[in-house]
Write a protein that binds this ligand. Structure first.
Ligand SMILES: NC(=O)c1ccc[n+]([C@@H]2O[C@H](COP(=O)([O-])OP(=O)(O)OC[C@H]3O[C@@H](n4cnc5c(N)ncnc54)[C@H](O)[C@@H]3O)[C@@H](O)[C@H]2O)c1
Ligand SMILES: O=C(O)C(=O)C[C@@H](O)[C@H](O)[C@H](O)COP(=O)(O)O
Ligand SMILES: [Zn+2]
Length: 370
């Protein structure tokens, strides 16, 4: 089982290979990129314990040196970035070598950023092992780390040379780590493909339960949509911001919860999408049916939907809006949001009156007391 989605970016074009047996065949997949038979692999400890030996076997004659990092969002930070870059230098990774990111979005973002600055830029291969990384973070070249001031505020655009999305590795994900990735899958239907959202309503439960054809369809359709948007607008001068649906809320909530496992990224995306649709409805952009349908589907999948689903304290409305002010979409001090005229009909706007935004957040925070 194999599908290939090309990401068309001129000299920086590459393939996203999706299927089974890709780890076992990693040597043949990666070899054409190599000048010498050696790769530096960075993985988190959980993923390394589960999937490093199969990768080593798959690489065959290609030598592999390995750095293991702690799992979790806190790893996307200066200390682990410094450690990664210095380890790559200690390993004498050369300009024409290839670095491999084996893991979820945390490892992919961190390692991609390290590759972007190492000797002013070396190539890297993404081997995404979480659903989130397969449907989103491994593709498109956004790399980076978090800052206390906000999410992903330090980074670079650096495209991978190849993405190998092996569907079999998803089998070892814990249910919560699978579902967080589903937040990004739903996002694609909501932002631009109503028929895909219909398909998800019907088929996502089976996909979550392990249906491999369903997983192939969800990963492929997500990547097709992302590849098409990224090819049009690689550095987010315009339409790429559509991929940020739900993220202005999500990133503020992730900062508010200290980039901890109180709220995983894809969980924040799901809550953020529900809030973006609520905001759209209150601005008269879409019918009530749209936010109701979004919430019902996320609930049916067992996802977090409300701020009441986040454990522990949260800041109030104005403090959350202040966190949003660090969002990278801000222009001339004004927040920009991705809103929707209906399911699959998202657009970017800065026309969001403060009092309407505050009203949505006040009511969302009230769900924590109900
Ligand atoms: N660059 C982008 O375009 C982009 C897009 C979306 C999200 N992101 C970033 O991605 C990150 C979230 O990614 P994530 O959800 O993959 O988080 P993650 O990398 O922390 O992985 C989630 C958890 O799953 C575990 N895991 C990963 N693969 C596994 C497997 N096959 N079997 C068992 N356990 C496995 C990890 O050890 C970790 O504990 C966030 O930092 C987010 O900002 C980036
Ligand atoms: O690739 C993109 O563009 C995205 O916005 C994808 C998002 O899912 C992802 O979380 C991304 O890292 C957010 O980007 P940011 O520029 O808002 O940090
Ligand atoms: Zn995201």
């Amino acid at each position: 089982m194999r599908e290939i989605v090309p990401v068309q970016l001129g000299a920086r074009s590459y393939e996203v290979r999706i299927g089974t047996g890709l780890l076992a065949n990693a040597g043949a997949e990666i070899a054409p990129l190599l000048q010498r038979p050696r790769v530096a692999v960075v993985a988190d400890e959980t993923v390394a314990d589960l999937h490093l030996e199969p990768l080593r076997a798959g690489l065959g004659e290609i030598e592999m040196v390995v750095l293991r990092l702690p799992p979790g969002e806190a790893t996307k930070s200066w200390p682990h970035f410094t450690r990664t870059v210095e380890w790559l230098l200690d390993q004498k990774v050369e300009r024409r070598d290839v670095v491999v990111a084996l893991g979820g979005g945390v490892i992919g973002d961190l390692v991609g950023f390290a590759a972007s600055v190492l000797r002013r830029g070396v190539r890297f291969v993404q081997i995404p092992t979480s659903l989130l990384a397969q449907v989103d973070s491994s593709v498109g070249g956004k790399t980076g780390i978090n800052a206390p001031q906000g999410k992903n505020l330090i980074g670079a655009f650096h495209q991978p040379s190849l993405v190998l999305a092996d569907l079999e590795v998803l089998g070892t994900l814990k249910p919560r780590d699978f579902l967080t990735g589903y937040g990004e899958v739903v996002k694609y239907g909501l932002l631009g493909d109503a028929a895909f959202f219909d398909w998800l309503e019907a088929h996502a439960p089976a996909m979550a339960a392990g249906d491999i054809e369903g997983r192939m369809h969800a990963v492929k359709r997500s990547i097709e949509m992302k590849a098409e948007i990224v090819a049009r607008d690689e550095t987010e001068q315009g339409d790429r911001a559509l991929l940020n649906l739900g993220h202005t809320f999500c990133h503020a909530l992730e900062a508010a919860t200290g980039y901890s496992d109180r709220l995983l990224h894809g969980e924040g995306v799901a809550i953020g999408c529900a809030l973006a649709f609520e905001l759209s409805q209150r601005l008269g952009l879409c019918a009530q049916e749209a936010p109701s349908r979004v919430r019902a589907h996320l609930r049916a999948m067992g996802m977090k939907v409300d701020l009441g689903d986040i454990e522990g304290d949260l800041p109030g409305t104005e403090a959350l809006i202040a966190l949003m002010a660090q969002d990278k979409k801000v222009e001339e001090g004004k927040l920009r949001f991705i809103l929707a005229r209906g399911i699959g009909q998202a657009f970017v706007t800065s026309q969001v009156p403060h009092e309407v935004l505050a009203g949505v957040l006040d009511d969302a925070l009230a769900t924590r007391r109900a």
